[in-house]
Design a protein around this ligand. Structure first.
Ligand code: SF4
Ligand code: SF4
Length: 353
């Protein structure tokens, strides 16, 4: 078998209409939620129909996507960067039958324009060894509640939600409008019998962002200064003898106001809104309520095209906490390196009730 062959050349999988008009598109329109029309310079029209996906899907589901594409799109489809499926067709006559077929199968069509499209998320309890929460479970629970925002475009601006199940933040939680992030609240339980056998001590020490880990000459293992530990779990990533998962201590934090695009304002990191919500599988009701509340306050208060962070920037953080009724606590105040820039160094602020 040859190796290092790379992925298949995507040009070989382009629908003929895209291959013909590659780099020669004039404009596109959103015809209805989930349905776009792309018009080429020569007049060709391509229709793309976006369908929400669970991301974690079985082979049978992929085969079903392929059957739909064979039936209506000459076998062509693609996956978007947020795990939606897009059926690509050049025959307008096929558009309505495709939409009817998708409706009968119960597939949601949407995720375009000022909507809430699919949640970028991670592995959770399905496959990873470091999570503080699940991924697929909370994502299903949140999207069930926000389904109407997927199939419609009634928000002031785009609203991106992401979930990561630990502070490694795989995915997009550090720059999303609303981020759901798993956190721990207890230091690692240290097993110095195993540390010298299965861990490289210097790299484990170097993994700690707060310098809470020191070598322990007696055991050839490590000591942890629990006062300095903020439960990031990075040492456990390096050393399996430092587990810190805890069913009661672990849970979810909610972050807001991040964005990637340069439209109107520059990209921004998400910032802490809710420090902790316990894990309550299988439906995470408190997390669902918290996300829904933030979405509703944003929908009510933001101006057209304003993203979450831009809305908060305009009204100010004190007003954000006031309108969302989220309690502001000492946990919200940055106390890590370079935190100084996050403190208010002006007398400008708003009184809140
Ligand atoms: S965010 Fe953390 S727990 Fe989730 S998949 Fe990534 S490394 Fe694993
Ligand atoms: S959990 Fe994080 S802060 Fe705590 S000891 Fe490990 S690396 Fe350091």
């Amino acid at each position: 078998m040859p190796t290092d062959i790379g992925p298949p050349d995507y040009h070989t999988m382009l629908p003929p209409i895209i291959a013909r008009n590659y780099g020669k598109w004039k404009y596109h329109e959103i015809l209805q939620p989930g349905v776009l029309m792309h018009v080429a310079q020569g007049g060709d029209k391509l229709y793309s129909v976006r369908v929400g996906g669970a991301r974690l899907v079985c082979t049978d589901r992929i085969r079903e996507y392929c059957d739909i594409a064979e039936k209506f799109c000459d076998g062509y489809l693609r996956f978007t960067s947020r795990h939606n499926v897009e059926f690509l067709l050049d025959k307008k006559d096929n558009l309505e039958p495709l939409l009817q077929d998708l409706k009968q199968r119960g597939y949601p069509v949407g995720g375009t324009g000022h909507s809430i499209t699919s949640i970028v998320h991670t592995q959770g309890w399905v496959h990873c060894h470091t999570p503080a929460t699940d991924a697929s479970g909370p994502v299903k629970a949140v999207m069930d509640e926000l389904y109407d925002h997927f199939i419609a475009m009634k928000l002031p601006g785009k609203l991106r939600i992401a979930l990561a199940c630990c502070l490694n933040m795989c995915g997009a939680v550090h720059f999303s409008d609303i981020s759901i992030l798993g956190i721990h609240r207890l230091p690692p339980s240290l097993d110095n019998e195993r540390v010298p056998k299965i861990c490289e001590v210097p790299t484990t020490i170097a993994a700690c962002p707060t310098l809470a880990i020191r070598p322990d000459p007696k055991t050839k293992g490590v000591q942890i200064n629990e006062e300095r530990c903020m439960y990031c779990g990075n040492c456990y990533t390096l050393c399996p003898a430092l587990p810190l998962m805890d069913p009661e201590g672990d849970g979810i934090s909610i972050w807001v106001g991040g964005k990637v695009s340069n439209a109107r304002s520059g990209p921004a990191f998400s910032k802490l809104a809710i420090p902790f919500i316990p894990n309550h599988p299988p439906r995470w009701p408190e997390v669902v309520d918290a996300v829904k509340n933030i979405v509703e306050c944003y929908a009510k208060g933001a101006r057209k095209h304003e993203r979450m962070g831009e809305w908060i920037g305009r009204i100010g953080w004190e007003r954000f906490f006031e309108v969302t009724k989220i309690p502001f606590t000492d946990k919200h105040i940055d106390d890590f390196t370079l935190s100084y820039d996050t403190f208010r160094s002006t007398a400008q602020f708003k009184y809140t009730g």
